[in-house]
Write a protein that binds this ligand. Structure first.
Ligand code: NAD
Length: 264
């Protein structure tokens, strides 16, 4: 994929460390020739993001906590000052109270529901509003979702509801922005051991279940998600919008475990 993003400028939110899916995406975009701008959610994460940015030759455009609108505005002001335009946007973040990523969805509180939907779903729309203004030559926006949006998954709870809303918002944003040649898509990634994922109850079991059941009999890596992201962010996918691309070793097509895969 070398060079398919040459000359493109992209803003990527969601790097916490070198296991973050956002880092896999940033690395693949860099290898494809893009120039990158990164943010960090909180001061404690800045010291991890700065060295990764240096390694990627990326700009750090400031702290952005999507629950604080002023920090979103400040980051877009910095991107505008830096480049005056934007070609792609990657939204790779989510949040729910850890205590509610265990047990039953029916016990979700109103406060956690509101906060989870605000951070995990609405923030993509908030970013899209600002990115639209800078995508004067068209553009591509990408978010990250999970199969728990489509089917019940143990412990995923309010995140499943938030991801369902996020996937619907991909379709609505795609329809709103298509005329401006701005495309909006999502990657539905299979389970990957990251900081966010380790907050989900029985996550190791979920990884093992995917290894038993996915057609490819394995889970995916952040490098694989990154390279699929390059496709959606580059002109290679110029006819694609409103799409949810499953990068999950095929897990989503399976209706039943293959008898040969069943643990003895
Ligand atoms: P991660 O912990 O590395 O990244 C999560 C990021 O969200 C962190 O950088 C964190 O700082 C950021 N974040 C949380 N609240 C925020 C806020 N208020 N403002 C700004 N940033 C905030 O974990 P990850 O697994 O790489 O998660 C990235 C995305 O991928 C999430 O949307 C997640 O739901 C999605 N996803 C993950 C998996 C998986 O198995 N890991 C599978 C499918 C989808």
């Amino acid at each position: 994929h070398s060079g398919v993003l040459a000359g493109k400028k992209g803003l990527i939110l969601g790097i916490a460390n070198n296991r973050s899916i956002a880092y896999g995406i940033a690395k693949a975009c860099r290898e494809a020739g893009a120039e990158l701008a990164l943010t960090y959610q909180a001061e404690v994460l800045e010291k991890r993001v700065r060295p990764l940015a240096a390694e990627l030759g990326a700009h750090v455009v400031g702290r952005c906590d999507v629950a604080e609108t002023e920090t979103i505005d400040a980051v877009f002001a910095e991107v505008e000052r830096l480049w005056g335009k934007l070609d792609f946007l990657v939204h790779c973040l989510a949040y729910s109270d850890r205590d509610q990523l265990n047990g039953r969805y029916v016990d979700t509180t109103a406060d956690n529901f509101t906060q989870s939907l605000l951070i995990s779903c609405y923030s993509f729309t908030a970013l899209a509003q600002r990115a639209e203004k800078l995508m004067t030559d068209g553009g591509s926006m990408l978010t990250l979702t999970y199969y728990g949006a489509e089917k019940w998954m143990p412990h995923y709870n309010v995140m499943g509801v938030a991801k369902a809303a996020l996937e619907a918002s991909v379709r609505y944003l795609a329809a709103d922005l298509g005329e401006k040649n701005i495309r909006v898509n999502a990657i539905s990634a299979g389970p990957i051991k990251t900081a966010a994922a380790s907050g989900i109850g029985d996550f190791r079991y979920i990884l093992r279940w995917n290894e038993y059941n996915a057609p490819m009999r394995r889970v995916v890596t952040i490098e694989e998600v990154g390279e699929s992201a390059v496709y959606l962010l580059s002109p290679m996918s110029r006819g694609v919008t409103g799409e949810i691309l499953h990068v999950d070793a095929g897990y989503h097509v399976v209706g039943m475990m293959h008898p040969a895969a069943a643990p003895k």
